[in-house]
Design a protein around this ligand. Sequence first.
Ligand SMILES: [Zn+2]
Length: 340
Amino acid sequence: MTATTPGLVCAHHHLYSALARGMPPPPEVATDFQGILEQIWWRLDTALDLEMIRWSAMLGALEALENGTTGIVDHHESPNAIEGSLEVIAQACAEVGVRVLTGYGITDRHGADGARRGLAENKHFIESGGPGMVAVHATFTCSDESLEAAAGLAEDLGVGVHIHVCEGIGDIDAPQRLEGLTRDNWLLSHCVHLPTEHTLKGTILHNPMSNLNNAVGYADPARFGNPVALGTDGIGGNVLESFRLAYVMQRSVDVTCGPDTAWSWLENGWSIIPEARNDEVVWSYDPMDPWHIAFTPGIMPRKVTIDDEVVFTDGKPTRVDADEVRAKAAEQAARLHAKL
Ligand SMILES: [Zn+2]
């Protein structure tokens, strides 16, 4: 028995984090979210070069495809390999055959020059026709000037801004800092500590597994008036898993809810990458109904068709050799881990 759906969209991913698995433990055990950023992610992203980024993106794109995800909304940072990084990611996704919408997360963590170069990378990539949005790390690592520059660039280019908002309590003043800047085409990731009543515009991206893993709290996205979409925040490309977790997390605070709300969040990914709606995934399970999917782990695609091309069938991608991608990614992971 099989059933089909359109291609799924992962509305918040970090393809650069695919090589993080197995990295050596940090010098200090992180005791809070800021510590997790400093001890893990900000040490990892500064060590990335373009070859690592390429194979990290290849692996992330492959794993998305293997889970029926045909569209990835990527948020990228590599402070020592900024120029050309978005093109490398777009190329890798194109090679695997998956759609991507990427952006360079600008930040003043490495000074105003780092922010300026990040902004320039977004501008260059989008102006040259790349599938992009302007990305910003978060308000707590950006000056007001950088936030305004990013909002202005996005407005000029006719795209939205993809930014982390109120993921941890250290970003609690984000709503004030972003006042008047946000638009409906912005993507606001996490919003765990965003007040229910707020003035920010845009789609809220819910990443339940990441939020649990970082112990930042439950976003309870059903409380917002904004549209909500589902992501993984870099923990793979399986958004059916995000859906299942989003449902039971909602259930943990509202035992009367059904899975339809969380399923509607998954479907909202198609408002960000509309082309994925025309893709087709033939699944190993029938029916692909929210009540069934919520309680059926291990549903896998049998066949994935993107732009009328079969890019996955018989458990394998058709454009790349999955074993080779994994071997190359492992080589680059070893290089990366040796630098940490
Ligand atoms: Zn993120």
